[in-house]
Design a protein around this ligand. Structure first.
Ligand code: FAD
Length: 430
């Protein structure tokens, strides 16, 4: 009998899960649940912020003029390239179209229940000691439909990790009279015309939003804890500063003691991992951006029929999803034997402690960055699928260098393949 698999979410991760599951009907039957009416997740742009028309929090964190910060040559799923006429760095609408094309190419739509929110996931253990999963879903457009109960053998959690803002609370923040916004709600730079704006946060959102606002704002301060000057040259009215110690009604006081007059304060401190639908009996802990107990950042070590896709950060997200999903399916179809629970927990702990030993903070437990290549290779070798092509690393490294040296122009570069395993970057347009 094929295993019945539930997939929560139809963003890139959920679609990839459905693509692999539906390709193997003798091993799996799959049903995806998506709380919105579309595929694409965070790439489905909306002008709205706050709640959608069904009363759900707006999921997308994409802004109006956003282009990708990775080239499509490394963004694509391994078995589905982007349209080759596109530039390397594309608009969010192109990524949304890509995911729509992927859905259509692999006939995934019929396997997804749209406007259906998963409210509850709980394990049920039979007398024979086998775990099955009880899911409760809700039709978000029609309250009269009531709740529906389902049973599955396995669950893939693909609910996305850029939707629930991690909001800082600084001394004096409630007294600040200017505009305060999390990057999740940022849509248009024009809103900040002629303002003195501070963007707090060292990640890609803080960096990219600071740069996008510079032509409109009077002065932009990009405030972060990282080393200064990692990206150059920056716009003349964009200044990197130390982080913020406190806010006053119309200014910010930095940790250096300097005071900056501000009209707006944008919080770019990232997002939280949240799984509001998991019952306590799932035994999943989320502690300051670390989710446990997971083997290889993806499979629950106690309930190995529960998987989490896409928790790792500083990666190539779509290739990461593809590898994690193939890895989980190999565990579920029995083609890969998993270590014991104790061995998996020990492996996770060893990885985590090694990370702490290099000076990384606890909250970077799932951050991979330069370690991602080894990680993908490990998943592939354990599960017996082909590793990702090495060229992805080369392209990625070249782009990282270009980004650091040419932050204002790197998105105008095109990745040109000069051999199957070699590429160069070429300037395509200004
Ligand atoms: P999402 O796209 O968030 O999809 C999750 C889906 O699950 C959503 O459709 C949601 O509605 C649904 N869902 C959630 N909870 C439930 C529930 N209880 N029941 C039913 N459905 C549910 N990646 C790149 O590769 N390149 C980039 O340039 C890039 N830039 C980015 C810029 C920004 C501003 C952000 C926020 C992210 C960026 N990313 C980028 C990362 C991006 O998040 C990933 O590429 C990827 O799209 C994440 O896919 P996902 O499926 O994990 O999550």
């Amino acid at each position: 009998m094929p295993l019945r698999v539930a997939v929560i979410g139809a963003g890139a991760a959920g679609l990839c899960a459905l693509r692999h599951l539906t390709a193997r009907p003798s091993a799996f039957t799959a049903l995806g649940f998506e709380q919105t009416s579309n595929v694409g997740g965070t790439w489905v742009y909306t002008e709205d912020t706050g709640l959608d028309r069904n009363g759900l929090p707006i999921h997308s964190s994409v802004y109006k003029n956003m282009t990708t910060n990775l080239p499509v040559e490394v963004m694509a799923f391994p078995d589905f390239p982007f349209n080759e006429d596109l530039p390397s760095f594309v608009k969010h609408t192109d990524v949304c179209q890509y995911l729509t094309d992927y859905t259509d190419r692999f006939h995934l739509r019929d396997h997804i229940r749209f406007n259906t929110q998963v409210e509850l996931v709980e394990p049920e253990t039979t007398q024979a000691g086998r775990t099955t999963w009880h899911l409760r879903t809700r039709n978000v457009t029609d309250p009269t439909c009531g709740l529906e109960d389902h049973k599955f053998d396995c669950v893939m959690v693909c609910n996305g990790h850029y939707a629930e803002p991690l909001v800082c609370s600084l001394p004096g923040q409630s007294q600040f009279k200017g505009l305060v916004m999390h990057s999740h709600d940022y849509r248009h730079p024009e809103v900040f015309s002629d303002m003195n704006v501070l963007c707090l946060g060292a990640g890609p959102s803080g960096r990219d939003i600071s740069i996008e606002m510079a032509p409109f704002a009077k002065q932009v301060y990009w405030s972060h804890k990282k080393k200064m000057g990692l990206y150059a040259p920056l716009p003349t009215n964009l200044r990197e500063t130390a982080t913020v110690a406190s806010l006053k009604p119309d200014s910010a006081v930095l940790t250096t003691g300097e005071e900056l007059r501000l009209d707006a304060f944008i919080i770019c401190t990232g997002y939280l991992y949240t799984f509001p639908f998991l019952a306590p009996s799932c035994h999943v802990k989320v502690e300051d951006k670390r989710v446990t107990p997971l083997y290889k950042h993806t499979l629950h070590t106690e309930y190995t029929s529960l998987a989490f896709i896409g928790l790792c950060s500083n990666t190539l997200p779509f290739p990461q999803f593809d590898c994690q999903i193939r890895f989980c399916l190999a565990a579920w179809d029995g083609s890969m034997e998993l270590p014991t629970q104790a061995e998996m927990d020990a492996d996770t702990e060893c990885d985590y402690k090694a990370k702490l030993a290099t000076g990384e903070p606890h909250r970077h437990a799932h951050k991979l960055a330069g370690k991602q290549w080894e990680y993908y290779d490990k998943l592939a070798s354990l599960a017996g699928f082909p590793p990702l092509p090495r060229i992805l690393q080369q392209i990625s490294d070249n782009i990282d260098d270009e980004r650091a040296n040419n932050i204002l122009g790197y998105k105008h570069m095109k990745v040109e393949m000069i051999a199957p395993d070699a590429c160069i970057l070429k300037k395509c347009h200004e």
